[in-house]
Design a protein. Structure first.
Length: 176
């Protein structure tokens, strides 16, 4: 059987799920003298997430991290389904699927490291940033040309919206 191109999956995507560290951030942390872990998030990724939500897509974050600042940033973008401290991401994924009545084939998940592997095996379009670990690249149907924290989330969101005719240059309509 011929392998499908990742573009053939884009028209069926209704839901984006992202990991945080290494996907929405570049995976580095700055440690303050008080022990606080600081991360940087890309504004273009944020715009992509907000646009996807405004266009009616489900957006969820499942992360092993527990940073309250990350949660505040995501909530500010309109993300209401945020699972932090997720050590077995498949549990949170199943909870989210049941809560929202989502089918796995309609999900694009972007991860970058081994904890994302089980989730990526069950979604319709597993994807990763350009700098993901080899095991994750090996199961990804799409590898972004962007690195984690440097626009990879925006890349996949924009591609889905363009294929579905929802990134059409009529940006006034998105914000009326």
């Amino acid at each position: 059987m011929e392998e499908k191109s990742y573009k053939e999956y884009l028209e069926h995507i209704t839901t984006f799920i992202f990991d945080v560290d290494g996907v929405l951030t570049d995976g580095t942390v700055t440690v303050t003298t008080e022990g606080e872990l600081l991360r940087s998030m890309n504004m273009k990724d944020g715009y992509g997430i907000k646009t996807a939500i405004n266009m009616g897509f489900n957006v969820c974050v499942i992360s092993g991290g527990t940073n309250e600042g990350v949660k505040i940033r995501l909530e500010g973008l309109g993300v209401s389904d945020i699972y932090l401290g997720a050590h077995n991401k498949i549990e949170q994924l199943n909870d989210y699927f049941n809560k929202k009545n989502i089918k796995s084939e309609n999900v694009l998940y972007m991860g970058d490291d081994i904890p994302d592997y089980p989730v990526m095996k069950v979604v319709g379009l597993p994807s990763c940033p350009q700098d993901a670990v080899p095991e994750i690249k090996g199961i990804s149907k799409y590898i972004s040309h962007k690195k984690g924290g440097k626009g990879a989330a925006r890349d996949v969101i924009e591609q889905v919206l363009k294929v579905q005719g929802k990134w059409n240059g009529n940006f006034d309509a998105m914000y009326d």
